[in-house]
Design a protein around this ligand. Structure first.
Ligand code: HEC
Length: 230
């Protein structure tokens, strides 16, 4: 019997050792384990082109929705970043940059007497008008949108700030440039609660028809029988 006990002790001690090794192994694994991130490095820039559009590409702002509710006072504050080089009053002098009165919906490189860069002149050939989208892209990153522009300004990456700024720019001599109807294809992600308030929005009649349009077409699309292909 005593022999059995002795072997039990030896066997038990062995088991305990194995167990301890396993536990230490496991715990150190937990403590020192580092998982590699799926992608190394930093994501620095927004995609150059929206061609092919993936989910990662941010939609351009839906101007018909965001402009009527834009914060003009915040836009004026954002414009403080432009005053070193621009004036915006009617007939204001050109500075380092051209006068910006009526720039929204105005011609690209259209300020007679201002010496624009060849890059901006060339850009005007393919995009002659400062549409909301064009302004937005340019202000986001001037030298990315018009490679070689003389406007040495880093850009404003904050979309809300740009929207407010563009609303402010529009107020300075571009009030006649229409705000488009809300575009269902450009609805912003539901991140904020800030819904456009029809009571505040000057283009609220447009809002109504547009949203009715969506409501009518959506069920049709869902139930429409699949078209036979060929
Ligand atoms: C450091 C000076 C500087 C700052 C700051 C600056 N700009 Fe400019 N801007 C320029 C110059 C220079 C040009 C002419 C660019 C060219 O010819 O390539 C220009 C051109 C423009 C144009 C094109 C005008 C046209 O007639 O086609 C717009 C629009 C514009 N700037 C908007 C802005 C806004 C909005 C801000 C502030 C967020 C701003 N800029 C800040 C220097 C500046």
């Amino acid at each position: 019997m005593s022999g059995d006990l002795k072997w039990n002790k030896i066997f038990g001690a062995g088991l305990a050792t194995v167990f301890t090794i396993l536990v230490v192994n496991e715990v150190s694994g937990l403590v020192f384990h580092t998982s590699k991130p799926e992608k190394m490095g930093y994501f620095i820039d927004v995609p150059e082109e929206e061609a092919g559009a993936g989910a990662s590409v941010e939609l351009p702002p839906d101007w018909g929705t965001v402009l009527p509710i834009a914060d003009l006072a915040a836009g004026e504050r954002a414009y403080a970043r432009c005053v070193a080089c621009h004036t915006i009053n009617a007939g204001g002098a050109d500075g380092i940059g051209p006068n910006l009165y009526g720039i929204v919906g105005g011609g690209v490189g259209n300020n007679a007497g201002f010496d624009y860069s060849p890059a901006l002149r060339e850009h005007a050939g393919s995009a002659p008008v400062w549409t909301y989208d064009e302004l937005d892209l340019f202000i986001t990153a001037p030298n990315r949108h018009i490679r070689g522009t003389r406007m040495s300004f880093a850009g404003i990456r904050n979309t809300e700030e740009r929207v407010n700024l563009i609303a402010y720019l529009r107020q300075q001599g571009s009030g006649g440039y229409p705000i488009p109807a809300p575009d269902p294809a450009r609805q912003p992600q539901p991140e904020g609660e800030a819904e456009p308030d029809p009571a505040v929005a000057p283009g609220s009649d447009v809002d109504q028809t547009a949203s009715e349009g969506i409501a009518e077409t959506a069920p049709e699309q869902a139930t429409a029988p699949a078209q036979p292909t060929q």
